[in-house]
Every structure is written in structure tokens, then in C-alpha cells.
Ligand binder design. Structure first.
Ligand code: GDP
Length: 445
């Protein structure tokens, strides 16, 4: 799910790396690429238009922050807009104030309703609820039996019409189930209703009759995310025909392109409440728009880092440092020290590096990273005079000996630091002139 979209967006962001400012042309090109990425992911056209429009407007607006470079700013905007189209806040179940909470499921046959019913029951059981499942799908052969098997798997009782009692009437079954739940003290009732292969009037009428008979606290529309744009059409038909409070997306583990997930909220105005992502009964959870957006952007904890960077960085200072990098030799040991202290505010080096995407491969080195190394570097720089920090070239042999003594380190440590500083400065100056990583300011080498 979302793999192609993630790759596409990552490529778009890559093109922005190393840019100091975004020109109108950069913004247009970026917007165009995002548009193609979304269309290829099968996102509904009106949703794409709104999304791209919002990103463009915000990128153009004066939303500049000294802490973030243009690539990071765009990532941040795209992330926030993704959260918005996915519904913003996580929508949680509403429970009845008195008596059992009644949840009714509706959707097409094969959407994953019966499976979902059992998953939801297990999830509720894990929250100390005492759910009961109701087999009101009397259309599909075996539907009752399938629910009974699933109910058994998750240890939740199933209310079903007696076998051999004719086909029974799903509305009567649903109504009777509420009485049964009250008698047996179940606090949640999950009613599985019949689906059809396509939307039809009879199906809608039956679902409506069940709804009117049991007055559910929540009607959930269950839809297979793999069916792409069709999901949106079906969602609209059920909205008009039966109405519902929330959506459950199933089969998110498949290789669907993600269009359904990204369009459904904007088109129907109803929140996605749960996501089902596999054949196992535990492959199910509340749908969190922010987590889903992060997953789409596939940025590790890059987004967390961006947030923290924004909080911790003194933007004036960062801007000044960036300007200095533009002039050869302008960046001093004093700037280096200040930046290190800024980075320090973000947390431990191990943690920061761990949050950068692609750093997983260096896990061993990261775990062995000695945080005190930074303290040592700081101590050495702090033993220098302001003149030495401004112009490290003057640090000759006798000064090195003095600095080593002052900081309690060896002369070789001072040598190493000064050498590394010159190397790092050269590298940063090159990066400032174009190319290179989206810039966290100078990391010690
Ligand atoms: P219903 O007709 O709506 O009740 O659908 P079912 O619950 O019978 O599910 C239809 C098929 O989809 C079954 O083969 C399920 O095992 C499968 N299925 C349901 N949910 C998921 C899911 O989240 N992921 C995957 N991969 N398969 C699922």
C-alpha cells in the first residue's frame, strides 16, 4: 500500500535538496509532481486539486522558518495536508450512555465485513468490553457459519437464527439480538449485515430497515481499499442509501495504490475510523491520520526531527550561520560551537541520528557513539580565546598546547578537532553552494 506514492513523493523532495530558496518555478514543478503522484495513486481528482492547491499556496506564502530548508518545509506542508485529507483527528468510537452500544456494519459482499466484525469484537474485548456478534447476513450461504467460526476464534459469542428455522428475517434477528444482549449483559453489539456484489435497491432497503429497527450508535461502512476509485463510488451510494457515521478500510496490507484511503474522507465527509490490514484477527486498529501520513511519506522520524528542529533552533542564528557559509572562510569555530549547542538541545546525538532516514544501517555505530565526545569538543573550543574561535588559522603549536592544558585534553585531540573543523567547513561551503543533504547545520565530522 502506498509504495509507489511514497517513492514518487520522495523523488519530488529529492529534487528540492540543496536549494536555498524556492522560486516560483520550483514551486510549480513540485506541485506538478505531487499532482501526478496523487493521480497515479488513484486519488479522486477533486481531492487532488484541493490538495495541490493548498500545498502551492502555503509554499508560496511567507511560511518560512529559519530552522528548515525548503525541502524540509515542503515535506512539512505535504505532511500536514495529508493529515488533513485523511481526516485530521483520530475519530474514536462513541459508546451508548445506557444499554448496549450498537454497531452496525454495512458494505458490499467481499469487503471484509465478516472478518472485520470479529476483529472489532476482539479489539473491544481487549479494552475490557463484553461484545456480542450478530449474524444478520442471511443472504450469503455460509455467512452465518463464517461469523460463528470467526467468533469462536476470538472467543466472542455469536447471536444467529436457529438453523433449520427457514431463512429468517434479518431485521427480526437484529432486533432480537439487542434483547439478548441486554439479558446477557453484553455492552457492545456488532451487527454484520448482508452485502451484495454490487449496490442494489433491495440491499439498501434491508440495511435501512435494520438501522431503523435497532437505532445503532454507530453505522460503519466497510470498504475494500484495493478497489480504488470504485470505493469512493460505493461509499457515496451507501451514504445516500443507508447513511453511516464512519468508514472502515480493509485490506490495507494489499498492494492497493491508496487512492481510496486518501479520497474517501474528502468525498463523503465521513471519517475513516478503523483500518484492517491482514488476515490475522489482530491486524486491526484505530485509524490515525497523522501516523498514516507519516507512513506515506516514509520518512522515518524525519518529521519528528523537523518539528523538534523548529522548536529548538534559534532561527536568527541559523540564518546568520547560513549566510556565513556562503562566504569563504566566514564560518568560525564560535559558530560551530553554537550550532553544536543548538543540536544538543534536540536530544542525544544517538537519538537524533537514529531519527534520520537511512540511518538504520549504522545502528551499531550509533549505539557505541560516546555522547561525551561532544562535551570534550565543547571543552576544547571553550578553552580558546575569542580571536582563536573567530580565526582558527592562528592556532599554532604553542596555542594548541595551551588549549589542551586548559581543557584537560591531549594536544593530539586539539589537532584533530581543528583539522576536522577545516574539513567540515570546506564540505559545508561546498554544500551551501549547491547539492548535498537537506541541511542540518554543521555536524561535527
Ligand atoms: P464480507 O463478504 O464482507 O463478509 O467479507 P469477508 O469477511 O468474508 O472477507 C472477504 C475476503 O477478504 C476473505 O477471504 C477475507 O479473508 C479477506 N480479508 C478480509 N479482511 C482482510 C484484510 O484486512 N486483509 C486481507 N489481506 N484480506 C482480508
Amino acid at each position: 500500500m502506498f509504495a509507489t506514492l511514497s517513492d514518487r513523493l520522495a523523488d519530488t523532495f529529492k529534487n528540492l535538496r540543496g536549494k536555498g530558496r524556492l522560486s516560483e518555478a520550483d514551486i510549480d514543478a513540485t506541485a506538478r509532481e505531487i499532482r501526478i503522484a496523487l493521480l497515479e495513486a488513484d486519488v479522486a481528482l477533486p481531492v487532488v486539486k484541493e490538495f495541490v492547491g493548498a500545498v502551492k499556496e502555503r509554499a508560496r506564502g511567507e511560511e518560512v522558518s529559519g530552522a528548515l530548508n525548503p525541502a524540509q518545509q515542503i515535506i512539512k506542508i505535504v505532511h500536514e495536508e495529508l493529515v488533513t485529507i485523511l481526516g485530521g483527528e483520530t475519530r474514536r468510537l462513541r459508546y451508548a450512555k445506557s444499554g448496549p452500544t450498537v454497531i452496525m456494519l454495512a458494505g458490499l459482499q467481499g469487503a471484509g465485513k465478516t472478518t472485520l466484525a470479529a476483529k472489532l469484537a476482539l479489539w473491544l474485548k481487549d479494552q475490557d468490553k463484553t461484545p456480542m456478534l450478530v449474524a444478520a447476513d442471511l443472504q450469503r450461504p455460509n455467512a452465518v457459519q463464517q461469523l460463528q467460526v470467526n467468533g469462536e476464534r476470538v472467543g466472542v459469542p455469536v447471536f444467529a437464527p436457529e438453523p433449520g428455522n427457514g431463512t429468517g428475517n434479518p431485521v427480526d434477528v437484529a432486533r432480537a439480538s439487542i434483547e439478548e444482549a441486554k439479558r446477557k449483559l453484553h455492552d457492545v453489539v456488532i451487527i454484520d449485515t448482508a452485502g451484495r456484489l454490487g449496490v442494489d435497491a433491495e440491499l439498501m432497503q434491508q440495511a435501512k430497515d435494520i438501522r431503523d429497527a435497532v437505532q445503532p450508535d454507530e453505522v460503519l461502512f466497510v470498504v475494500d481499499a484495493m478497489i480504488g476509485q470504485d470505493a469512493v463510488v460505493t461509499a457515496q451510494a451507501f451514504l445516500d442509501g443507508v447513511g453511516y457515521d464512519g468508514v472502515v478500510l480493509t485490506k490495507l496490507d494489499g498492494d492497493a495504490r491508496g487512492g481510496a484511503a486518501l479520497s474517501i474522507r474528502s468525498i463523503t465527509g465521513k471519517p475513516v475510523m478503523f483500518a484492517s490490514s491482514g488476515e490475522k484477527m489482530t491486524d486491526f486498529d484505530l485509524f490515525h491520520p497523522d501516523r498514516m501520513a507519516s507512513r506515506i511519506l516514509d520518512m522515518g522520524d524525519m518529521l519528528t526531527l523537523i518539528e523538534q528542529a523548529e522548536k529548538a533552533f534559534d532561527s536568527d542564528q541559523a540564518l546568520k550561520a547560513a549566510e556565513k557559509l556562503g562566504t569563504k572562510g566566514g564560518f568560525t569555530l564560535e559558530d560551530f560551537l553554537q550550532q553544536m549547542q543548538q543540536i544538543r538541545k534536540l536530544g542525544s546525538m544517538t537519538k537524533i541520528m537514529g531519527m534520520l532516514p537511512g540511518m538504520g544501517q549504522f545502528r551499531d555505530q550509533l549505539e557505541n557513539f560516546d555522547e561525551r565526545e561532544i562535551d570534550r569538543i565543547q571543552a576544547i573550543i571553550q578553552s580558546m580565546t575569542p580571536a582563536e574561535r573567530e580565526n582558527p588559522k592562528i592556532i599554532d603549536g604553542s596555542r594548541r598546547a595551551r588549549i589542551a592544558k586548559g581543557s584537560g585534553r591531549q594536544v593530539s585531540d586539539v589537532n584533530q578537532l581543528v583539522d576536522r573543523f577545516f574539513e567540515a567547513r570546506k564540505m559545508m561551503e561546498q554544500m551551501a553552494r549547491g547539492g548535498g543533504m537537506p541541511g542540518m547545520p554543521g555536524m561535527p565530522g
